[in-house]
Design a protein around this ligand. Structure first.
Ligand code: FAD
Length: 340
């Protein structure tokens, strides 16, 4: 039986239920939690009213009704099944480095592949097999230690393998699917399948094949090279990153680059650096980064994003599309421009 933990902001269950509004009641079918818990293994963890600010790099956002950390594929299949049968929304969370959860929080179940099972990274010849919960940095370091080149660009992207597959994350002229050979995933029927990378529908900052599926892991391919050479490239990439990006909490680039343009340069040219809404501010180091200060809210970030978008639209006639994924109660209000 999985333990149930309460987020510190709602330690008292009575207080927790007292704070639930109509929409929340609707998203909590009777007995849902006990049903959810009864099919989980003893190692799985179940949290209730888990503050998403703690699990996202922007450090803002309200609670998820439930958060599950499955300890085996059967746990995950169970969560998928119960959510489907009870019609409760399900969200997969990686390291939360490309995610904005609204202040009202997420009405449903968040699944986080945080258990060590999902974080294994192993070398098989010139291939690297990794769980979806592994950090990209870990994959890059294992590749370096094995003398496999091509994965150096992953080092500074603060996400998980699952999030990088879903976003086709990229840097320094390469993207995730350039180096992925195979993806293992779970369908919303709880079936586990494997597909070659080219069957996954990867594109610039997205992967259609994972919109309705959960990535469980991937096989990466590297090219044999000298370790020192790989290490030197990683050092250069890291130096470049630290010279151009802020250290304050952010979610990386907020907007995708429009065709033939760099969103950051556009925002910089239009004088947006330093623009502020509450505790959210456009970084002085990189105009496509919004950084947050203690006390900032998701609404501050959303208002600032809206201002930036409309300014670019008015001044240049360019429609900026968010790269960050916007989820949670009330996200529909931003639906015309939330990430995909
Ligand atoms: C300082 C900083 C620098 C960054 N630099 C870069 C960069 O250079 N290049 C770049 O591309 N991005 C960058 N990012 C953004 C971010 O790190 C990447 O998009 C990363 O791939 C997101 O991974 P994650 O695990 O944090 O995903 P999350 O933010 O947790 O989730 C992102 C999306 O992926 C989905 N998802 C997560 N796991 C899975 C899974 N297992 N199966 C299916 N869907 C899943 C989520 O539901 C969500 O829709 C940066 C972010 C920060 C904070």
């Amino acid at each position: 039986m999985a333990e149930c933990e309460y987020g510190t902001e709602l330690m008292n269950p009575a207080e927790a239920s007292g704070s639930i509004g109509t929409a929340t009641e609707k998203a909590r079918p009777p007995m849902f939690e006990s049903r959810l818990r009864e099919g989980l293994s003893g190692e799985a963890r179940l949290f209730r009213d888990e503050p998403m600010a703690r699990r996202t790099t922007w450090r803002v956002g309200g609670p998820a009704d439930w958060l599950v950390e499955p300890a085996q594929e059967a746990d995950l299949a169970w969560v998928v099944r119960v959510c489907r049968e009870e019609r409760v929304p399900l969200l997969v969370l990686g390291r939360g480095s490309n995610l904005l959860v609204t202040d009202a929080g997420f009405r449903g179940v968040v699944v986080a592949l945080a258990h060590p099972l999902w974080q294994r990274v192993e070398v098989v010849g010139d291939r690297i097999r990794s769980g979806a919960g592994a950090r990209l940095k870990a994959v890059a370091c294992v590749a370096r230690d094995a003398g496999l080149s091509g994965l150096e660009f992953l080092e500074g992207i603060p996400g998980s393998v699952g999030g990088a597959l879903r976003m086709n994350a990229g840097a320094m002229g390469s993207c995730t699917f350039d180096v992925v050979e195979l993806v293992r995933f779970m369908t919303m029927d709880g079936q586990v399948e494997e597909r070659s990378a080219r069957e996954m529908g990867a594109r610039y900052r997205g992967c259609d094949g994972l919109r309705e599926r959960i990535a469980l892991g991937a096989v990466f391919r590297g090219r044999p090279a000298a370790r020192e050479e790989i290490q030197e490239r990683m050092r250069q990439y890291s130096e470049r990153r630290w010279a151009t990006q802020p250290a304050a909490p952010s979610a990386g680039c907020v907007f995708k680059n429009p065709e033939g343009l760099a969103a950051g340069r556009l925002l910089d040219e239009l004088g947006c650096k330093g623009w502020r809404e509450g505790g959210a501010r456009v970084s002085e180091e990189h105009a496509n980064f919004i950084v947050t200060e203690p006390g900032a809210t998701a609404s501050d970030v959303l208002r600032l994003m809206a201002r930036l978008r409309s300014h670019v639209q008015v001044e240049r006639g360019v429609n900026l599309e968010p790269e960050v994924q916007i989820v949670g109660e009330g996200a529909e209000a931003w639906v015309c421009w939330k990430g995909d």
